[in-house]
Design a protein around this ligand. Structure first.
Ligand code: HEM
Length: 317
């Protein structure tokens, strides 16, 4: 599956490509290559990101289920950011290491990382942080979503930068107020507000839960490979009931085909969250704009190379 636009631009440099297809590859100003023992691996500006996207597109063409999983990989690589200590985030790609890959929230993401290894082999100069975030951003566009502004510049850090477990959200904290509070705790820690929490959560229009990965089961929408505001519409339009099964606490629609996590239900249980669900259910264009901004912020949170005034080589090591 592919949008016609996404085929149109596969010529020439990444700059030409970016203008044609919309995933905006911004300049890599201030990013410099370093080499030598102990030095971080910097983004190599000679990488042809247009060609990298072609390789990612091949993966998406070959397997409909991979796009949503690549989006999830980008989100989990980035969502570890802590604004107060300025640790975590996509800079570092520390999910490469067993400790972080083994966090329960990351179950199943080895499939996406292994798949992208094929691209890394073709373009060894790209950093994992750049590759994972580009794959997420491009998958969103490929599945019909908005363009996400993306730029290279993440470095691959060593294991000592691995983030502690518990930085990504749990789907259930045992009670309605606890689950709502947990979402705010996790996303405020990353520097997001209520509107951005709801905007980002609409990505659950894509993909599904796998009982073999998270333990939860089922898709949120009937079009899980299309980026649309359907997550919000399904949330509002269905009478959701607790699923009776031998599995974790989750909700189902009257047909039993669709599901919601307790954390998804929190989007309509909480008054402030619900306000945004109603806005996005009615106005997909507004959601696309807000999602695009929030996802760029998510993928750039904590990336040292993008901080203002960051010029000197290796000044942060
Ligand atoms: C609000 C808190 C969130 C919670 C508790 C949560 C939880 C989950 C869970 C349990 C799954 C199923 C994983 C599996 O079984 O493989 C999942 C899948 C997914 N999540 Fe989230 N998520 C949250 C927010 C987000 C955000 C912010 C994004 C992206 C912006 C996102 C994107 C996805 C996607 C695309 C999938 C489908 C993956 C696939 O099909 O392989 N989620 N999420």
């Amino acid at each position: 599956m592919s949008t016609s636009a996404s085929h149109a631009g596969f010529t020439g440099s990444s700059r030409v490509f970016a203008q044609t297809v919309g995933v905006v590859v911004l300049g890599a100003a201030g990013v410099s290559a370093l080499s030598g023992r102990g030095a971080p691996v910097y983004a190599d500006t000679s990488v042809d990101y247009g060609k990298v996207k072609e390789a990612i597109e091949k993966i998406l063409d070959d397997d409909d289920n991979m796009g949503p999983t690549l989006v999830r990989l980008a989100w989990h690589a980035s969502g570890t950011y802590d604004v107060s200590s300025k640790t975590g985030g996509s800079d570092g790609a520390t999910m490469r290491f067993k400790a972080e890959a083994g966090h329960a929230a990351n179950a199943g993401l080895g499939i996406a990382r292994d798949k992208l290894e094929e691209v890394k082999k073709q373009f060894p100069q790209i950093t994992y942080g750049d590759l994972w975030t580009l794959a997420g951003a491009y998958s969103i566009e490929y599945m019909g979503g908005p363009s996400i502004a993306w730029r290279p510049g993440r470095v691959d850090k060593d294991e000592s930068f691995t983030t502690p477990d518990g930085r990504l959200p749990d789907a259930d904290k045992g009670s309605v107020p606890a689950t709502i509070q947990h979402l705010r705790d996790i996303f405020y820690r990353q520097g997001f507000n209520d509107q951005e929490i709801v905007a980002l959560s609409g990505a659950h229009a894509l993909g599904r839960c796998y009982s073999t990965r998270s333990g939860y089961d089922g898709p949120w929408t009937r079009a899980p490979t299309t980026f649309s505001n359907e997550f919000y519409r399904e949330l509002l339009e269905n009478a959701w009931t607790v699923k009776q099964w031998d599995g974790p606490f989750q909700f189902e629609d009257p047909t039993g085909d669709l599901m919601m996590l307790p954390s998804d239900m929190a989007m309509i249980w909480d008054k402030e969250f619900r306000k945004w669900v109603e806005i996005y259910a009615k106005d997909e264009e507004k959601w696309f704009t807000d999602f695009s901004a929030a996802f760029k912020k998510l993928e750039e949170n904590g990336v040292k190379a993008f901080e203002k005034g960051e010029k000197k080589k290796g000044m942060f090591w």
